[in-house]
Write a protein that binds this ligand. Structure first.
Ligand code: ATP
Ligand code: MG
Length: 295
């Protein structure tokens, strides 16, 4: 690759993931700032596969709703460094935590949903499923842009609709049909799983905690899987508390049967995202970001 690790100066840690650390870095010569995801893959073949998958997908994307890819560096150590656009307001889960888990207001959520849906529409139109959508993989910047990141378990589907039965992604955000493909005919729409995860992520930002668990409770994976497969889908917020549009939107995403779930294209036309003043919701999100960054 054209870049070397020594071309960059580490400024701070932006986040940790499994297998690596994301740094804010500055290119010494141009002073351009990037996020650099450094993964120790020298001893870990599955992590190596994960990185090559991520790079393979990022190479194929060019959208304002997907985090920009600026190349990959292979230092002699055997590590891999992925150079990304830096999103200066971090991930939505860190934003929620910095707010002390105070729920996001609906207009900001509408803007987040709209941009994330555009990101998904772009990916799905390129036969890419994300498969790990959650607040920590949705990044924001101070301009109020929301972008999808972290393609470590994404998949490029070619021609046939691969049912992608493989067990990847964060279990908590996985849709019922991915846990238990058999009872859904074993042949489901892989794109619909991203819609479930998005609905769960938006509801989490509304509630201030992961919807399938009471606030503050640590996940017990077996119980969680039972809740997703055999329980009722997470209920939309009660009438009177949330708007009818928001309740409807969440209901359309969190249909247990993937065939009944709305598609990304349909959701982009849902009144919750399409039926409001765009500049007002954009401002609501920018204000929320600015207010959180200052505190
Ligand atoms: P996990 O498996 O836990 O989701 P991961 O190893 O796949 O993590 P990422 O999700 O890509 O790694 O990044 C981990 C965290 O680092 C993110 O949740 C976010 O807080 C931060 N981060 C990642 N990329 C960027 C970026 N481009 N700009 C700013 N922060 C970022
Ligand atoms: Mg992540």
């Amino acid at each position: 690759s054209e870049h070397r690790l020594s071309d960059f100066e580490k400024l701070q840690v932006l986040g940790h993931g499994n297998g690596g650390t994301v740094y804010k870095v500055r290119h010494r010569r141009t002073a351009a700032v990037y996020a650099l995801k450094l993964l120790h893959t020298d001893t870990d073949a599955s992590l190596r596969r994960q990185v090559s998958r991520e790079v393979e997908i990022l190479r194929h994307t060019d959208s304002p709703f997907v985090v920009r890819f600026h190349g990959v560096i292979l230092p002699p150590s055997g590590d891999v460094a992925v150079l990304l656009e830096q999103m200066d307001a971090g991930s939505l889960d860190s934003l929620l935590r910095r707010r002390g888990n105070r729920p996001f207001p609906e207009p900001a959520l509408a803007e987040i949903a709209r941009q994330a849906l555009h990101g998904l529409a772009y990916l799905h139109s390129h036969q890419i499923v994300h498969r790990d959508l959650k607040p920590s993989n949705l990044l924001v910047n101070r301009s109020g842009e929301v972008k999808i990141a972290d393609f470590g378990v994404g998949k490029i589907l070619r021609r046939s609709l691969d049912p992608c039965l493989s067990y990847v992604g964060t279990c908590a955000y996985m849709s019922p049909e991915r846990f238990d493909p058999e009872s859904y005919g074993g042949d489901y729409d892989p794109y619909a799983a991203d819609v479930w995860s998005l609905g769960l992520a938006v509801l989490e930002l509304y509630l201030g905690h992961f919807p399938l668990l009471p606030a503050g409770q640590r996940p017990d994976w077996a119980a969680l899987m039972c809740a997703i497969c055999f329980g009722e889908p997470p209920a939309p917020p009660p009438e009177g508390e949330a708007s009818e549009d928001f309740r409807g939107f969440i209901g359309c995403c969190l249909q247990k049967e993937s065939g009944k779930r709305w598609s990304v294209a349909e959701l982009l036309g849902h009144p919750f995202v399409a039926g409001r003043d765009r500049s007002e919701s954009a401002r609501a999100l920018r204000d929320l970001i600015a207010e959180t960054a200052e505190s």
